[in-house]
Design a protein around this ligand. Structure first.
Ligand code: FES
Ligand code: FES
Length: 200
C-alpha cells in the first residue's frame, strides 16, 4: 500500500506515491537521486543525513517521508545559488573544513540552521550546534573555523564565493600558512566535489 506525498525539495515540487515505511533519506537518495545526503549510521547518531525541513535541521534517517508531507526540504544540492557556492560551502573550502567529505553535507546543513537563528555564533555555540554531527577525519577545529568564516562572509555579503563546478583558483584568497598543510591533488579535487554535489 502506498500513500501520496507532496513535497518540495530544493525548490522543486514533487507529488509521488510512497510506502508509509519510507524514510525521508531514502526518498531523497533513492527516489530523487539526491545522494549528497549521506547515511553513516541509520540510528540518528552521526548527522551525515541532516537536511533542512522547513528551515530546521533534521536527521533524515529518523524521519518518515510522509512526515515531510507538504514541507519544503533543502539538501546540500540546493545550497548553491546562481552559479556560486553558499557561504558555508565557501567557508569549508577556504578553511579546509573537510578531508574525506562524508560528514560535510550534514555539517553544512546543521550549520545553516544555526546561522539562520544565530548569525554571529561564538565558537562554543558552533560546537554545541554540531555536537550531533560526527566527523571521523578532520577533527573539529577547521570545521568550527569554516562555520565562523561563513558567518563572516554572510555578514559582509559573501564576496569570495567560489563558482560552482569550477576549480575556484581565480576566486581563492592568497595562500596562508594554513594552506601549506591543506590537501592537494586528488584529495583537493574530491573535496571540491564534496562541497557541491556529493554523489556517494
Ligand atoms: Fe542519520 Fe547517521 S545516518 S544520523
Ligand atoms: Fe571525513 Fe568528516 S568524516 S571529513
Amino acid at each position: 500500500m502506498t500513500q501520496r506525498l507532496a513535497i518540495n525539495v530544493n525548490g522543486v515540487s514533487h507529488s509521488m506515491e510512497v510506502e508509509p515505511r519510507t524514510l525521508l533519506v531514502q526518498l531523497l537518495r533513492e527516489d530523487l537521486s539526491l545522494t549528497g545526503t549521506h547515511v553513516g549510521c541509520d540510528t540518528s547518531q552521526c548527522g551525515a543525513c541532516t537536511v533542512l525541513v522547513d528551515g530546521d535541521a533534521v536527521k533524515s534517517c529518523t524521519m518518515l517521508a510522509l512526515q515531510a508531507d507538504g514541507a519544503a526540504v533543502t539538501t546540500i544540492e540546493g545550497m548553491a545559488t546562481d552559479g556560486a557556492l553558499h557561504p558555508l560551502q565557501t567557508g569549508f573550502w577556504e578553511k579546509h573544513g573537510l578531508q574525506c567529505g562524508f560528514c560535510t553535507p550534514g555539517m553544512i546543513m546543521t550549520a545553516a540552521d544555526l546561522l539562520s537563528r544565530n548569525p554571529d555564533p561564538s565558537d562554543d555555540e558552533i560546537r554545541h550546534a554540531i555536537e550531533g554531527n560526527f566527523c571521523r577525519c578532520t577533527g573539529y577545529q577547521n570545521i568550527v573555523a569554516a562555520i565562523r568564516e561563513a558567518a563572516r562572509l554572510t555578514a559582509t555579503g559573501g564576496t569570495t564565493a567560489l563558482p560552482v563546478g569550477g576549480d575556484g583558483e581565480d576566486a581563492l584568497p592568497p595562500a596562508t600558512e594554513d594552506d601549506q598543510a591543506a590537501p592537494a591533488g586528488p584529495v583537493a579535487e574530491e573535496r571540491d566535489a564534496d562541497l557541491t554535489d556529493t554523489r556517494r
